[in-house]
Structure formats: C-alpha cells, structure tokens
Design a protein around this ligand. Structure first.
Ligand code: ATP
Ligand code: MG
Length: 1045
C-alpha cells in the first residue's frame, strides 16, 4: 500500500511516466525530492534511475531481499532489487536471456549497482552445496578484479579502470552454473603515470600494506610506498579504506575462486616486477663514436627483478638499453638514448601489467566456466567505464567515450527508435516522438572506411614520417562539414572564435557533451608497440607465468606482421559486445552522480540536469508515456494466458489473434489499455500487465490444485482398488482354509463316530456269541503274542558282538519303545563285559594306560590326538635282546615299566643330548647311551610334579623335590618322542608306588628350579622349531624359551 502511494505521490512520483506536468524542471525536482527522502531509485517504466547517495543506506538487508522476491514490479517501492528480480524471473520463467546495462559517468555507482544485482540474484536463487560454491566463486571475482583493475581517481575512490561484462549462466531451474567475464581496455597508462591526487591500481598499495614481512621479502619489496617511482613517491592511504584488509579479502577471494598457492605467488611476483621496473634508473653515457647511449644507473633493482623472474641480468639490461634493428638481411644492435630507454621500460611495465590482467580474467573464467553441453540461460551484467570529460582528454577517453556512445545507441535503438518503428510496423495509431539519434556520432568514430578510428589505423600503417599532425589534418579535411566534429581549422573556416580549442586538438559533440581530445599520443597508443627485444627477453625468463604472457617473444615464432592496433581491437570487441547485448532482453540501470565532491546526500541540480539531458531521460519518459509497456506475439501470449477464459482453455480452435481478442474481451480491460497490432498484442500500462499476471498466477494455482486433486483422487482410487482386490484374495484363501480345516475335523469326527457305531453294532451283534471278558482276554492274548514275537525276533536278529558296534533294531510298536531301549543298554553292557573278560592282563594294562592318558591330556594338549593311533609299547630299547644294555637290565630287574631314548636339555645352554630313560616301579633312571651306564637314578618319591606345554611337542619338565638326592642339579628338562606314554606311565607308576596323584601342569609358562636358581620357562610358538621337536633357547641366566611349532 505504502509503495503504491509512493509511486503516485504527486510531489515525488516513483515512476516518472506518471509525472505531471512533464518538464525538465519537474523531472529534476522529483529526483531531488526523492533523493532528499533517501529514495535513491526512481523508475521510467522498467528503467531504473539510481542516484548515488555516497553513504550506506539500510535498504540492502536480507529482509529487503525477501520483500522484493517474486514482487510485483510496480507494487513495491522502486528499487534495484525489483529490476534484478524482474530480470531473473523473466529469465527463469519465460526463458529469455537477459542483460543488465548499467550506465552513467564515473563515480555514479555502476560498479556498486552491478554488485547489488549479482548479490540479489545469488540470494534468491536456490541453495545447495554445488550452487553455493558457484555463487561464491562468481561473487568473489569482484574483489580480485577490483584490486587489479580499479584505482582512485579524482572522481571516484574506487574507479573501474577497465570495462567488464559478465555473463552469468543458469540452468533451466534458474540455478547458477557459472559464468564468463569479458574485460575491455584496461587503462594501462596509469601504471607508469597518474595525476596528482590519484593513485595507481589498488593492488600495489594493498600488497605493500597487507603483505606479510616474509612475503615482501620473498618478492624483494619494501613496505614503504614512497620508495616506488610508479606510485609517485607520495603517501598513499585513502580515508576509510584499509588496504591491508582489502589485500586479505582479495587473497581469500582467490582461494575461493580456486587459485592455487603457486598461482597466487606467481601473480604477485609479476606484480612486484612491474612495481620494481619503475625504479630501474637509466643514466646517459657517451660511446666512443660520440653518440649518447643509456645504461643502467644502479644495477641492484635490475638484479632483483632478474632474480624474481629467473633471467640473466645482462639479457634484460641489453633489452632495456639497446634495440636490434633489421636492415635488409643484417641485424644491427643500436643503443638507445635515455628517453628511449625510459619509453621502453614503461612500455614493458604497461604491457606486463595489462597482459597479466588479461591472464587473471582468463584464469577466473577457467574456474567459473560452465561445462560444455549444458543447456543454459544467460544474464549479462555490463559495468563499463562511464563517460569521461577531463581537462585534457587523450586516446583512452576517446575510446571510453566511443564505447559509451555505442551503449547510448543501443539504448536509443531498443527503447526509442525500435519501439516507435514497431508501432508503425504493427499498424498501431501513433504520434512520433522526437529524440536524438546518435548513430551519426558512432559513425563518425567507427565507420570502417572514413571514421576517425579507421583514419588513425591508416596513419599508423602508413610508411614514411607519421605523426599526429598529419592525422589531424586528415580528419580536418574529411569532417570539415560534420556537425559533430570541430577543430581549430574547421572553426577558422566557419569564422568561429574559440580560445578553448587548441591547434593540436579536435572536439566531438558527444551525446553527453562536447569533449576536446588532444591528438598527442594517439598514434603511439594506438600502435601499442613493445620493442621485440623486450618481449624476447621476457620470453627468455624462467618464470612460467611471465613467459606465457609474451608468446611473441619466442624467436621461433617471429612474425613480421604488425599486430592489430588498440583501436581496431577495441572496436571489434565493442562490436561483439553489441551483438551479444542485442540478442538479449535489456534492463537498464541509469546511474546519476549527484555531486562532484563525493559528499553524502548532496544534490547539485545543475550537475544532475546535465546528466538528465544526455541520458535522454525526457525522451525516454515521453516515449514511455505515449507507448505501450508490453507487447508480445499473439501465439505466446495466448499460450501464457489462455487459462484465464473458459473459452480459450484448455484449447482454442481459431487463430491466435482471435483467441487473444476473445480472451481479453472476457477479462474486460478498458479498451485504451490494449491495442491489437498485425502480429502482436500491445498493453499500455504495466499495471494492466501485472493485473493479467496476477490473475494468471491465481488461475495457475487453481489449476495446480485441480491437477493435484485429480491426481490424488486417481492415486487413492487405484490404491483402494488394489487393496480391495488383495483383501478379496486374502479372505477367499482364509475362508477356504477355515472350511478345509472344518471339513477335516468333521471327517475325522464322522470316522470316529462311524468306528464307534460300527464297533457298537458289531459288539451288539456278537455279544450273544461271546462271554463278557472275552475282549479283554483277546486283547491280552494279542498283546502277549506281539511281545513274544518281538523278543523271539530280537533273539534271532541280535546285532554283531563287536563293542564298537552300537546298532540295535528299532521297536516295532510304540508301547515297546521303553523296553527296547532298556534291552539295548543291557545288551551293550553285556557285550562290553564279555569283551573285558577275554582281555589278557597286558592288554588290559595297556588300555588302562590309554584311558589314563585320555584323562590327563584329552583336549588339553595338541599332541594327544596324534598319540591315539600309537600303541603304548613301553619297551623301546630292547633291553633283553641287546647285550649292550645288560647292566641296565640288571638295574631294572623285573620292575621295568618303560624304556626309551629321550633327549635331555642342558640346563646351562639349552642344547639337547640323548639319554636312555628307564622307568621302573620304583625309580626313574637316566643313562648314557654309549656306556649304557646309569647317570642319574631318581626315586619316584623325589618327583614333585611334571610340566608340559599345550602344543604338539615332546617337551617335559620334571620338577624334583628340594630334598631329593638325585636331583642335586635341579629339575630335568626332557624331550621325548613318546611324551604322552611317558607321562601317563609315570603318572600310573607314581600312583601305584606312592598312592598319590602326580601333579601335572599343562601351561605356557612355568618355573623350574636349577642348581643356580629359578628359571622361568616360556613356551613360544615359532616357525623355527621343527614340527614335533622343540628348540630350547636360554635367554639370560633366569629365562629360557621353548620354541614349539
Ligand atoms: N547504492 C549505493 N549506496 C551507497 N554508496 C554508493 C552506492 N553506489 C555508489 N556508492 C558510492 O559511490 C562510490 C562510487 O561508485 P562506483 O564505484 O560504483 O562508481 P562507478 O560508476 O563504477 O564509477 P567508475 O566509472 O569510475 O568505475 C562507491 O565507492 C560508493 O562509495
Ligand atoms: Mg566502476
């Protein structure tokens, strides 16, 4: 509501189309009044006029973004966000590529406006990890480009010294995919010279103020700006600008965009080289021939530059102080004079910097570019340097103003001329509005046959003496009668007295005012030549980035063709830009600068009036007022709005035009609001269009609801039918199942009843033939017969008598199951008893030993399972047969239990030696195998316990009581091939002799007692040991390891 009143407020209308009366004064007054109220934005239809407030206003908050999101352009207060929103929606919903043209003079707020548009679009388009990354990269390109391409001028503390056009690309959903930046003509002369009170490009000051001590040292720079010739040796801080903080912001931005640390370093190195070049001083000396020649005055700076770029200082010195000239087939090295030397040095610095800037833009493009193949919509934002009129205007101003002239031409063509021509074309009643068409000025400059730029190129290429005078003379001849061209000569011819126009100047009457250009330097700047020696020197540097900036320096690629001139290149890129802009739907933001002093909220009417005039705002309002705000071909219009009438929805059978007529007649708009052209419908006021759009939105919402309703209904119906079908199947199966069960139950019952009935009938019928207890006796008889048959059958078919065979026939009747089980166990026990009875005493003893072994070792020692197959032989030595063992035989007498060879582990070294072992019912004897003499005789009572390992080895520790006589040297460690048998027999014999169980430890660690003290034995699994044979290793005096496999 408030917004609408603001639009219609008589003293300060928001849309100048509504201004009444329409005069320059009322227009100026309106802008001033609105500016006073801090309403810096005003419309002319859908063109936004922005007056720079030079102070931050609270109108760019996130809440404001929300307010303007999907807003009705004319229903809210004029704002740059409204035009951004309109453009974005038109791009997303109507699939029309957009461009946003921001024009105005230097300091009018173009760059700020472009950033506001970008940030608005970034805020309203959807979010997501990938999308946010793209948005960040696009937004962060600004601080980087501003650092390298902006500078303080007298008009603007952050003046863009290059033109920028950025295409932001979106996918079909309106999500940003990436972009492309084009840059136009960097003002490179600023590198070597700037007016007092201005500054060089920001980056130099930022680098010196914000670079860490280490970085500056690495770049061989000093922090003090006054040290550098190109920075004019003056103090450089700007009020309200923190160069150091901006440097950090720029570095962060580079990181976000995707610059690698190496790239950033390379970039800063080249920047440092440019700065240092300004300090290379030349001095003059006289050669033997008497000619003046220049040389490097102080080699330190040159030396440092060469260290930075990896170049031999001699090469650079030669390139700076001399020049190779090709005369016929000879090459001659001529020395340069001091001014020539300085000229070359400055040209080099300018070239390095401007090429570095191009590289920077390309590098950013590489990061933000969209993968090929994706369908995209484009929004271009053009922020180009504004129209400039200085005291002394040179080639740069000429080029910049030419570009502005072209932009004005686009504006005129698209909004004024084309619009009026279209009304005529479409046969709409129309009274033409007068406006100034600037094609004549554009033509004066760019005409490829006789334009100023063409003349300049011709002059540059002409052989012979070339200077600006001949160029100016040519212009004077050509444009003597041109309305927009003036010079001293043409003035003289017309007898005009004008002291302000100097002889070496010409003046052009631009759309935005008269500008006097001084031709001095035109030819040199247009040629933009760099001595080949310098580019070759740069190419010879080892610094990858710098080298890549000078491809023409490659001696292999020497070309004699002159490179295109600066003017020619600029004209070509402006032509491409214009073509690009023409293909898009334009949106205009016209920036106005309210005062010359950058003062907050100060409005200088004279200054603004000048801009109102040259921006053609009056004509713009007039055409708008007389014209129609909106037009569209009948087909797409009908397609978009046909849902608003039941007659055209969903299909219209007639022609598109008839359809539109029917549709609009039904909507009952006032007739003066509409005009029907031959192919297009015209709608006069935006209000009507917005009304149409609003109705469409409501209708679309209704239709969407209808579609939702139908779809939901269909989905529910289908689901219901599916559920119903399933339910019927389930109930059918369930009922069937219930009935089947019931039937089975009934059948069983019927059979039982039948059986009983039949039995009852039979019993009744036969009762008279039998006595009353006959059935019991019969049953008893049958039962006994069955038992008898079972037992007899069993007797005949007894299973084999083998104890290992546990088979038994099953019971033939259930009632015999228990008895059968009982019989089976009786039979088995009986079988075992029989088996035991027929055993010989030896076999019995052997089995007892096996049983004992099982109790001792089963599931405790791995070796046990291997021993199962081996019979316990006891006597492995053949004591009786071998006469050698006679003495031992005598020792054993008749009491021998076991005789075997074992290995005894040496307590000190762990080495094993063979021994004969005899176990008798009373002793354990260890004998020397060669002599067959007993070495140790242990009474069984001396043995305390035995330890073995868990593994499949034959290791055994025989722990002796401390009091034992035989074991004075301590416990025995033995290795036996029949360990299980040996321990079992020892255990049994021990039990028989002492009536006590012999303690057996099966463990991985145990302690043994040797003569020299206790030794901890640890069992270690190791591949070094043999499969059964353990290896003992003594570790120190109190540790022994038994390696087992
Ligand atoms: N909407 C705004 N709100 C507050 N301050 C603004 C606004 N627009 C511009 N300014 C101020 O004006 C200064 C100049 O604006 P800007 O750099 O956008 O001008 P420009 O038109 O791009 O000039 P040039 O052609 O020299 O690049 C800004 O640094 C800022 O201080
Ligand atoms: Mg700018």
């Amino acid at each position: 509501m408030e917004a609408t009143t603001s639009l219609l407020d008589a003293t300060a209308v928001g849309d100048l189309v509504l201004l009444d009366p329409l005069t320059e004064e009322s227009l100026l007054h309106t802008l001033q009044e609105r500016f006073r109220r801090s309403d810096i934005y005003t419309y002319i239809g859908n063109v936004v006029i922005s007056v720079n407030p030079y102070q931050s206003l609270p109108i760019y908050t996130p809440e404001k973004v929300q307010e303007y999101r999907n807003c009705n352009f004319f229903a809210v207060n004029p704002h740059i966000y409204a035009i951004a929103d309109d453009a974005y929606r038109s791009l997303r919903d109507r699939d029309r590529d957009q461009c946003i043209l921001i024009t105005g003079e230097s300091g009018a707020g173009k760059t700020e406006a472009s950033k506001l548009v970008m940030s608005y679009v970034a805020a309203v388009c959807s979010k997501g990890e990938e999308v946010d990354k793209v948005k960040e990269q696009l937004l962060q390109s600004n601080p980087v480009l501003e650092a390298f391409g902006n500078a303080k001028t007298v008009r603007n503390d952050n003046s863009s010294r290059f033109g920028k056009y950025m295409d932001v690309e979106f996918d079909f959903k309106g999500e940003p995919l990436g972009g492309v930046i084009s840059n136009y003509l960097l003002e490179k002369s600023r590198i070597v010279r700037h007016v007092k009170g201005e500054r060089n490009f920001h980056i130099f000051y930022q680098l010196l103020a914000g670079g860490s001590a280490q970085l500056l040292q690495q770049l061989k720079l000093r922090q003090d700006c006054r040290h550098y010739g190109y920075l004019n040796r003056e103090s450089s801080g700007l009020p309200g600008v923190d160069d150091a903080a901006n440097f950090r912001t720029m570095q962060d931005a580079m990181r976000v965009i995707g610059f690698s640390p190496a790239e950033v370093t390379a970039l800063l190195e080249v920047t440092a080289v440019v700065l240092k070049l300004g300090n290379v001083q030349l001095s003059s000396s006289y050669q033997a021939s008497g000619m003046e020649a220049c040389s490097i005055a102080e080699p330190q700076e040159l030396q440092e530059i060469c260290e930075l770029i990896g170049l031999d200082p001699g090469t650079l010195e030669q390139a700076l102080c001399s020049r190779t000239v090709k005369a016929r087939d000879e090459t001659v090295l001529t020395t340069l004079s001091v001014p020539q030397g300085y000229y070359g040095r400055d040209a080099l610095a300018k070239n390095i910097y401007s090429r570095l800037f191009d590289w920077l833009v390309n590098r950013i493009n590489t990061s933000i570019q969209v993968k090929p193949g994706q369908q995209r919509k484009v929004m271009g934002v053009l922020d180009i340097y504004g129209f400039e009129i200085f005291q002394d205007n040179g080639f740069e101003q000429f080029i910049i103003n030419y570009c502005n002239e072209k932009l004005q031409q686009i504006f005129i063509l698209m909004t004024l001329k084309e619009e009026q021509e279209e009304y005529v074309r479409e046969g709409i009643q129309w009274t033409p509005v007068e406006f100034f068409d600037n094609s004549i000025i554009c033509n004066l400059i760019e005409n490829s046959k006789g334009g100023i730029l063409a003349m300049l190129d011709e002059e540059c290429l002409r052989p012979g003496v070339v200077n600006e005078d001949t160029f100016l003379t040519k212009l004077n001849q050509l444009f003597a009668a041109h309305k927009h061209y003036e010079s001293k000569e043409t003035q003289n011819a017309r007898r005009v007295m004008d002291a302000s126009l100097l002889p070496q100047c010409f003046r052009i009457h631009h759309y935005a005012g008269k500008v006097t250009y001084n031709v001095t330097g035109f030819i040199e700047k247009n040629n933009d030549l760099l001595f080949r020696d310098l580019s070759q020197a740069m190419w010879a540097a080892r610094h990858e980035l710098l080298r890549s900036l000078f491809p023409e320096g490659d001696p292999q690629k020497v070309s004699l063709k002159l490179p295109p001139t600066a003017g020619f290149q600029f004209k070509a890129s402006v032509a491409t830009l214009m073509k690009n802009l023409y293909s898009k739907n334009p949106n205009y933001i016209r920036c106005i600068k309210p005062n010359e002093t950058k003062t907050a909220m100060l409005f200088t009417p004279e200054l603004v009036l000048g801009q109102i005039r040259y921006l053609g705002l009056m004509e713009n309002v007039r055409v708008r007022r007389a014209g129609y705000a909106f037009r569209q071909l009948y087909g797409p219009f009908l397609e978009r709005y046909k849902m608003l009438s039941p007659r055209t929805w969903p299909r219209w059978a007639g022609s598109d035009r008839e359809g539109v007529e029917v549709l609009l007649a039904e909507l009952a708009f006032p007739p003066e609001e509409l005009a029907f052209g031959y192919t297009k419908i015209f709608i006069r006021s935006p209000r009507t269009l917005f009304d149409l759009e609003r109705r469409r939105q409501e209708r679309v919402a209704q239709l969407a609801t209808l579609i939702q309703k139908m779809f939901r209904g269909w989905r529910c119906r289908t689901q219901y039918q599916l559920m119903r079908k399933s339910q019927i199947i389930i109930s059918a199966w369930f009922r069937g199942h219930v009935q089947k069960n019931k039937y089975k139950q009934m059948k069983r019952s019927a059979l039982i009843i039948q059986a009983y009935t039949r039995g009852w009938k039979v019993r009744r019928a036969y009762r008279r033939y039998f006595r009353s207890e006959a059935s019991a006796r019969l049953a008893n008889f049958i039962y006994r017969r069955l038992v008898q048959k079972f037992l007899v059958g069993l007797g005949r078919n007894l299973p084999p008598l083998l104890v290992t065979d546990r088979t038994w026939p099953p019971a033939p009747y259930k009632f015999l199951a228990d008895a059968n089980q009982e019989l089976r166990s009786i039979f088995y026990r009986w079988k075992c008893k029989k088996y035991r009875e027929q055993l010989t005493p030896q076999r019995r003893a052997l089995l007892q030993a096996k049983l004992c072994a099982s109790e001792l070792f089963k599931d405790k020692k791995t070796l046990y399972s291997k021993s199962l197959q081996q019979p316990f032989q006891g006597e492995y030595l053949g004591l009786t047969q071998n006469p050698k063992y006679q003495k031992l035989h005598a020792v054993a007498k008749d009491k021998l239990v076991m005789a075997d060879t074992v290995r005894k582990v040496n307590r000190a070294s762990g080495k094993a030696v063979p021994r004969l072992l005899l176990l008798t019912t009373e002793h354990l004897v260890l004998a020397d195998p060669k002599a067959a003499q007993p070495k140790t005789v242990l009474s069984l009572g001396d043995i305390r316990s035995v330890s073995v390992t868990r593994f499949s080895d034959g290791f055994l520790a025989l722990h002796l009581k401390e009091t034992s006589t035989g074991g004075a040297k301590g416990d025995f460690l033995l290795i036996s091939d029949h360990l299980i048998e040996l321990v079992t027999r020892l255990h049994q014999t021990f039990m028989d002799t002492t009536a006590q169980a012999l303690p057996l430890h099966i463990a991985d660690q145990f302690s043994t007692r040797f003569q020299k003290g206790d030794v901890a034995v640890t069992v270690v699994e190791s591949a070094k040991a043999g499969s059964d044979v353990p290896v003992c290793k003594k570790r120190g005096s109190h540790k022994m390891e038994v390696l087992v496999h």
